[in-house]
Design a protein around this ligand. Structure first.
Ligand SMILES: *Cc1c(COP(=O)(O)O)cnc(C)c1O
Length: 288
């Protein structure tokens, strides 16, 4: 796969955008890299079923359903909360033949407990487990390939941070020279920096997580962000997703406004995909 890069300009600063959103429709973005070696490992272990966890609008569940379909693997999604027959995201999972089990928020908290996982084994048989959000060793290994060929071209590289798996992979890129800045889209993640430190596979310390742009938390937004996304789309013909990359581009532009970057610094933003999330977003915030 050849990386596609779009070049944009904002206030005399050039910004390159790595267009992971242009990869396979649906199976686009960082989720492709996060699942790549998990699928390989499941197959190597002779596991024909993948089981994983997520919320009702999860991009990770979406990508897992699609990847399972493409690779002939059965997928099981253990979903937090109630079924909603009108939710387009859930309907897509179903169309891709994912088996869905909806559980209460209370029960969902047990998702990492061995006893709970064993019970699921009694119900569903042998499965390959991918944790919520898809972050594990195999996922991080996949994400070390995102920057292939771009290791020393930039002074700054920006990416969105949810569970931190993608960021950990990017930090672990062999021979990476750039300063890496993760933009957290969640609130109250005081331990995220420590968590990412434990996930990285080299001793790169040239990175940080910026916690100033979550706008109140996961999938939280304000009018300014929505206007920014509209403007961005019409100025550059690139559509960010509302949950992750919208906040990353917003952060970069705000940092430029605040003179964070000295002139001539080379900036790369990773568009990690997630565009299918707009269906769920519109359903959730505009149609109801
Ligand atoms: C899942 C996702 C992320 C966050 O990835 P993590 O590895 O959980 O930090 C970023 N961007 C998009 C578009 C995503 O779907």
């Amino acid at each position: 796969m050849q990386p596609v890069i779009s070049q944009i300009k904002y206030n005399d600063h050039d910004i390159d955008i790595l267009r992971l959103d242009l990869m396979h429709e649906g199976f686009q973005g960082n989720k492709y890299y996060k699942l790549k070696y998990n699928i390989e490992e499941a197959k190597d272990l002779g596991c024909s079923t993948i089981l994983t966890f997520g919320g009702a609008f999860s991009n990770h569940i979406y990508a897992t359903a699609l990847a399972g379909k493409l690779h002939g693997l059965k997928t099981i999604g253990i979903i937090r909360g109630e079924n909603d027959m009108h939710n387009p995201t859930i309907n897509f999972w179903r169309e891709n033949e994912m088996v869905l089990r909806f559980i209460s928020r209370e029960e969902y908290k047990r998702k990492d407990e061995p006893a709970f996982l064993n019970k699921l084994r009694d119900t569903f048989g042998k499965y390959y487990l991918i944790p919520e959000g898809g972050t594990n060793k195999a996922a991080i290994r996949g994400c070390t390939e995102i920057l292939s060929g771009l290791e020393n071209k930039y002074d700054f590289i920006f990416c969105a941070v949810g569970t931190g798996g993608t960021l950990a992979g990017i930090i672990s890129t062999p021979n990476i020279k750039s300063k890496i800045i993760g933009v957290s889209v969640l609130k109250g993640m005081d331990l995220l920096t420590e968590k990412v430190t434990t996930l990285i596979s080299n001793n790169n310390s040239n990175w940080e997580i910026n916690f100033n742009y979550h706008l109140g938390g996961y999938a939280k937004y304000d009018q300014k962000l929505m206007e920014f996304i509209d403007q961005f789309k019409s100025n550059y013909s690139i559509l960010p997703d509302p949950v992750y990359t919208g906040k990353v581009f917003y952060a970069i532009f705000d940092l430029i406004d605040k003179n964070y970057f000295s002139p001539g610094k080379k900036i790369l933003a990773i568009h990690s995909g997630g565009l299918q999330g707009w269906d769920g977003w519109n359903y959730r915030f505009t149609n109801k």
